[in-house]
Ligand binder design. Structure first.
Ligand SMILES: C[S@@+](CC[C@H](N)C(=O)[O-])C[C@H]1O[C@@H](n2cnc3c(N)ncnc32)[C@H](O)[C@@H]1O
Length: 263
């Protein structure tokens, strides 16, 4: 008999930012598999992220007929690398993660059980869970059928908090990372959502030529928002970033950068 997996988007931080479909899905799960990122050295604050997931389960699951199994995350080299090396490292890491999850699925569930993965934000954006679950089937050889339940992503929440339409009328939006920002701007992108940017890569752009709408720890009670001409608000962003980190022990930020209209 096939095991079933539900990949459930849980929103970017707030325990009430789940869809009704996600709440129904949570209630179908027998065993949640949760990555223990603190097994990875130097990842302070991840205990709070685990606590947020536990709070979501407590708040939205009726009854206590589920278990949570923690799976130590394989170590990952976070040193800077070229895009090609980075891609290969991430693929190796996904395969190692898939093997660890495959072992946990076999050990902690029975055929016919439903396994749950709580996915931060939405599973379609900069998240490896769909790839890893695919590999639990292919690399790990586990008979697993799965379904993806969308969630509110940090990008949607950023737009809502700033009351933004992400695109100019009929125009494109480039969703990118801090690592790729300079290259994307050099190739002409002028309306970009930036994620995964621990180093505030936008600080290297011309501060007079861009407008910024920035948000950190969105959805939590310690969220921070800053907006304005890039060069004028960078100091405020840096200060807000540090406030968010001090409040929770971690900071995740996302921003929209748009080339300013000529005066
Ligand atoms: C690994 S990606 C996961 C994205 C997630 N799947 C989503 O839909 O938002 C992590 C990045 O998402 C963004 N992010 C996630 N949660 C956030 C939050 N609560 N506030 C601001 N940005 C957040 C940050 O850019 C962070 O570096």
């Amino acid at each position: 008999m096939t095991r079933r997996a539900l990949l459930i988007g849980i929103g970017p931080g707030g325990p009430d930012q789940l869809t009704v479909e996600a709440v129904h899905a949570l209630n179908e799960v027998d065993v949640f598999l949760v990555a223990d990122k603190e097994a990875e050295a130097g990842r302070a604050g991840t205990g709070d992220l685990v606590a947020l997931r536990e709070e979501i389960c407590r708040r939205h699951i009726t009854g206590d007929g589920y278990r949570v199994v923690t799976v130590p995350d394989p170590p990952r080299d976070r040193a800077p690398a070229t895009d090609r090396v980075y891609g290969a490292e991430v693929r190796d890491w996904h395969a190692a993660r898939a093997r660890a999850y495959a072992r946990a699925v076999v050990e902690h569930t029975r055929p016919g059980n439903t396994v749950g993965f709580l996915v931060w934000g939405d599973p379609s954006l900069y998240d490896s869970t769909i790839r890893v679950v695919e590999q639990i089937r292919t690399v790990g050889g586990v008979d697993l059928d799965y379904r993806v339940i969308p969630g509110v992503s940090s990008v949607q929440l950023l737009a809502a908090r700033h009351r933004l339409v992400l695109n100019r009328i009929g125009g494109p939006v480039t969703v990118t990372t801090g690592r790729r920002l300079a290259a994307d701007v050099a190739s002409g992108a002028d309306n970009l959502v930036v994620m995964l940017d621990g180093g505030l890569a936008c600080a290297d752009l011309d501060g007079d030529a861009w407008d910024l709408w920035w948000g950190a720890n969105l959805g939590t009670e310690h969220e921070e928002l800053v907006a304005g001409r890039l060069g004028e608000v960078l100091d405020a962003v840096r200060a807000a970033r540090e406030r968010a980190r001090a409040a929770r022990g971690w900071v995740m930020d996302t921003y929209l950068l748009r080339r300013a209209a000529a005066d």
